[in-house]
Design a protein around this ligand. Structure first.
Ligand code: CP
Length: 328
C-alpha cells in the first residue's frame, strides 16, 4: 500500500434551508435529530469560512460564556474561550481547584453564583455523569456539556464528525471504527449517537475488558481484532486508554495492548489508501498510535483541534446568540 497525501480540504456544500434551532442547552447527541446535527455542522462550516483568516465577528456581542471545569482540559476549555471571544463575547474562566468549591460550596450554588454575574452560557465539565443535566434544571442560562464522566462529550463528537465530513464530503455509508477504551469514553458515546444518525457504520474495537457485547444494542458492530476490521475502515478514531478512570488494569501490560491495538506503520500498510487517522486527544504516543502515524499524512488530529473552534462557535451562537432565534 502506498501512503497518499491528504487531498486539499474542500468546503462542504451546505444545505439551503436551515432547520430552526429551538434548544437552549446542548447536553448530548443522543437527543439531537440528524437535522439538528447537520444544522450545527453547517453553521460551523460557515464560521470556518468567515473566521479562518483570524477575522473576528460580533454575533455574540453582549453575551458572557462561563467555563466551569472540574476536570482538566487543554482543547475543550481553550477553544470554548476562543470561540466566544472570536464572536465578540466575554468569557469567565473558572477553575475548580482555586475556587470556593474547596470550602464546601455545592456545584449548584457555584453555578448560580457564576450565573448571577450575568452569564448567558455555562460550559461545564465534571466527572459525574448527568451534572450538566442537573445544572440545566436549576439555572436560567444555557448549559453546554463539555464532558460528563464517561457519559457524553457532544462537542467532541460534533468536531469529529465535522472533520470526517470535511475530508470525505459525506458521513453516510462510511465505516468508522472507534478503537481503544470504549468503556470509559464519553467521546465514544457521542460519536456513536452522531455517526449513526448521519448514516455511518460504526465499529467499536478493543480488549473485551473495555468493549462489552452490550454495545451492540446501540446498533454498532463489536470487534476484538483491529487486524480483522482494518481493511474495511474508512476512518479510525483512536481513543485514549483512560487509566485514571480504571480501578484495575484492563489488560496484562501496555506492551500487549500495543501489540494488538496500536496503529503503527505496518498496520497502516494494510489499511485503505485514503484512511483517516483520528484521535480526540490527548494521545498517549506509542500506546494508541505510534508517532510516525500520529504525525503522518493520514493523520487529521490537528484538524480536529482546529475544527473544535468552529463547532464551539456554532454551538454558542445557536444556544445564546442570534442562531436560537432562527437568524443567520
Ligand atoms: N479531547 C478533549 O476533550 O481534550 P481536552 O481534555 O484537552 O479538553
Amino acid at each position: 500500500m502506498s501512503i497518499q497525501l491528504q487531498p486539499e480540504v474542500q468546503p462542504v456544500q451546505q444545505t439551503q434551508v436551515q432547520p430552526l434551532w429551538t434548544r437552549k442547552h446542548l447536553l448530548g447527541l443522543e437527543d439531537l435529530s440528524a437535522d439538528e446535527i447537520n444544522r450545527i455542522l453547517d453553521d460551523a462550516e460557515r464560521f470556518r469560512l468567515q473566521t479562518q483568516d483570524g477575522r473576528k465577528l460580533s454575533v455574540l456581542s453582549g453575551t458572557t460564556t462561563a467555563n466551569l471545569f472540574f476536570e482538566n482540559s487543554t482543547r475543550t476549555r481553550t477553544s470554548f474561550s476562543l470561540a466566544a471571544r472570536r464572536l465578540g463575547g466575554d468569557v469567565i474562566d473558572f477553575s475548580a481547584s482555586t475556587s470556593s468549591v474547596s470550602k464546601g460550596e455545592t456545584i449548584i450554588d457555584t453555578a448560580k453564583t457564576i450565573e448571577a454575574m450575568h452569564a448567558h452560557a455555562i460550559v461545564v465539565r465534571h466527572h459525574t455523569p448527568g451534572t450538566p443535566h442537573l445544572l440545566s434544571q436549576n439555572l436560567r442560562c444555557s448549559v453546554i456539556n463539555a464532558g460528563d464522566g464517561p457519559h457524553e462529550h457532544p462537542t467532541q463528537g460534533l468536531l469529529d464528525i465535522f472533520t470526517i465530513r470535511q475530508h470525505r464530503q459525506k458521513v453516510a455509508g462510511l465505516t468508522v471504527a472507534l478503537v481503544g477504551d470504549i468503556a470509559h469514553s464519553r467521546t465514544a458515546r457521542s460519536n456513536i449517537w452522531g455517526l449513526k444518525k448521519l448514516g455511518a457504520h460504526v465499529i467499536v474495537c478493543g480488549p473485551a475488558t473495555l468493549v462489552s457485547k452490550k454495545w451492540e444494542t446501540l446498533g454498532v458492530e463489536v470487534s476484538y481484532s483491529l487486524d480483522e476490521i482494518l481493511p474495511r475502515c474508512d476512518v479510525l478514531n483512536l481513543l485514549r486508554i483512560q487509566f485514571e478512570r480504571q480501578q484495575t488494569r484492563p489488560f496484562p501490560s501496555v506492551r500487549e495492548y500495543v501489540h494488538l491495538y496500536a496503529m503503527n506503520m505496518a498496520r497502516l500498510r494494510r489499511a485503505k489508501d485514503d484512511i483517516l487517522i483520528m484521535a480526540p486527544g490527548p494521545i498517549n504516543r506509542g500506546v494508541e498510535l505510534t508517532p510516525d502515524v500520529a504525525d503522518g499524512p493520514h493523520s487529521v488530529i490537528l484538524d480536529q483541534v482546529t475544527n473544535g473552534l468552529y463547532i464551539r462557535m456554532a454551538v454558542l451562537h445557536l444556544c445564546i446568540g442570534a442562531g436560537k432565534r432562527g437568524e443567520a
